[in-house]
Design a binder for this molecule. Sequence first.
Ligand code: C5P
Length: 202
Amino acid sequence: QNGFTVAIDGPAAAGKGTISKAVAAHFGFAHLDTGLLYRAVGAKVLAGKDATEAAQTLIVEDLEDDSLRTSEVAQAASKVAVIADVRAALLDFQRSFAARLGGAVLDGRDIGTVICPEAAVKLFVTASAEVRAQRRFAELSGKGHADTFEQVLADVQARDARDADRVEAPMRPAQDAILIDTSELSIEQAVAEAITAVQAKR
Ligand code: C5P
């Protein structure tokens, strides 16, 4: 790993995506949302493909599909994410991205623990399940989706459990990760905390 890597992990809807984009923009780093890799594989499985084969043949264009954002694809993603061969197939792409000169932000579940254990900065961004479900619910309602709050909360909890309890690269903070709980923070406050943490290691 030659580049300056920022690893940002945490559960769904804790604010990882927003924080990662803001940190990348602030420092001029490249950004990879690694969840998209698992979502793209999940979408292919929903379309009838074999998970491991889908992961081994994934191309960058597969990550640009708007339909990857649905909760159906999110659940499918967390199911393929327990498969060791799927994770292995996606490893090199993520590590090469992290090694970019000029710096890179990668966000996901296992960036600080497995993908980039030598990352210069590791953040673990969390919030209570209720707060995260509330945010996801507001986002989905805004887009005209009919899911109830209870459905969204159940979805978030099912995905948390699958991600945290799996044997292969379970979601957990790296030992040297800085925790940011966004439950009671505004987006601006959360972003400011993350930027301060990265600045301190530059
Ligand atoms: O972050 P996002 O919600 O897009 O991730 C979708 C799913 O992909 C997660 O629930 C998780 O199961 C899986 N994932 C993973 N490791 C990562 C990123 C995502 O297992 N680094």
